[in-house]
Ligand binder design. Structure first.
Ligand code: PMV
Length: 353
């Protein structure tokens, strides 16, 4: 690394969205490498906005984070997680040992809404870092390389965060039949029908409590799960079916995969040793109500779940009037304090400043 002049300063701001997996990543090894490939939709309204101000300094081995504010307040536990993450990156990004950072971050969705913020949070932070690296070193990369690098480092922060970098949909994890697919970073899923580019994804809040078992612990339990080999094989097969559905605008096929993947994920949790359940009674009630409505109306409304009890309700934009009036009359009362985060598939991260 060329020497870094002390006293250079600047500031960057990025916003980066969350994502919801269609084919789920569940089970990892090594340095946050996935046991199976996954594909996700990039969201729009559920995002993190992060500003990072930097000043360069001689490497004194001290902390990288000078101050950290989450939604305007100090959050020592988040600050520590970020300090540790940044220190872990020094062997790959040695310039980090020569800066002090002031970090301010906020989520668009309410705190403790039960929505996982690690994908949006880690990707927003890493996009700022990649930008700062270019400012400090003067080495500019092209857009594709920049995104690949951002995806790589986001993965080290939180696996699924690596998929938030791309518009509409992203693929992460090696697959024999998907060229350029990689375990270390995600790639954009380009062949996607317009119907999915505006797909709605409303998050029905069933519980806003902290999960009883973290995703990291859940991934770990896959090591001894007797169903793991079958699961990884299924996920590989599903990737091909999903890419076919995305390309051809086959929303019924996609919806069928979405629901089955969500339930397989939770089944894997239930048959782990020790077993655990993250769904709540309201989750099951909502699933049955959604399936009943679909049967009665033939509308294309499907659910997904991430590692928690909240329902992600997906439907195409052209059916929104009918679906949303049903959501408001039937589903909203089943949500905690009537809370729903209305979201849609989106165009990916944006640099704000
Ligand atoms: O990125 P992590 O370690 O929080 O794991 C996320 C796993 C799921 O959200 C359940 C599935 C996925 O592919 O996003």
């Amino acid at each position: 690394m060329p020497p870094i002049e002390s006293g250079l300063s600047g500031s960057v701001t990025w916003k980066s969205p969350s994502n919801i997996a269609i084919v789920k990543y569940w089970g990892k090894y090594g340095e946050q490498l996935p046991r199976n490939p996954s594909v996700s939709f990039t969201l729009n309204n559920a995002f993190t906005k992060t500003s990072v101000s930097y000043i360069t300094r001689p490497n004194d081995g001290g902390d990288i984070v000078d101050s950290f504010l989450f939604e305007g307040k100090e959050e020592p536990s988040f600050a520590l997680r970020i300090e540790n993450f940044l220190k872990s990156l020094i062997p790959r990004l040695p310039w980090l040992a020569h800066v002090k950072l002031k970090i301010e971050t906020e989520n668009s969705f309410p705190h403790s809404s039960g929505i996982a913020s690690s994908a949006s949070g880690m990707s927003a932070l890493v996009l700022c870092l990649c930008d700062i690296e270019e400012n400090i070193t003067g080495q500019k990369t092209n857009q594709d390389e920049f995104k690949r690098k951002a995806s790589f480092y986001s993965r080290l922060g939180s696996g699924s965060a690596c998929r938030s970098i791309y518009p509409y949909a992203a693929i992460w994890g090696e697959h024999a039949k998907i060229s350029d697919s990689h375990n270390e970073y995600a790639i954009p899923c380009i062949d996607i029908d317009d119907i999915f580019k505006t797909l709605h994804n409303d998050i029905l809040i069933v519980s806003d409590k902290k999960k009883s078992v973290s995703s990291s612990a859940g991934h770990q339990l896959m090591v001894d799960n007797r169903f793991a080999p079958a699961r990884y094989e299924l996920a590989n097969d599903r990737m091909i079916e999903t890419l076919h559905a995305l390309k051809n605008g086959d929303i019924k096929l996609l919806g069928n995969i979405l629901e089955n993947e969500a339930l397989v994920l939770h089944a894997l949790m239930m048959c782990s040793e020790p077993s655990y359940i993250l769904m709540e009674p309201e989750t099951i009630k909502l699933i049955n109500t959604i399936r009943g409505f679909r049967r009665d109306t033939d509308l294309d409304v499907f659910f997904s779940l991430d590692a928690g009890p909240n329902i992600h309700l997906m439907y195409p934009d052209h059916q929104k009037d009918k679906v949303q009036s049903w959501i408001n009359s039937e589903l909203k009362p089943m949500c905690v304090d009537g809370r729903i985060v209305y979201d849609q598939v989106g165009t990916g991260p944006k640099k704000l400043i």
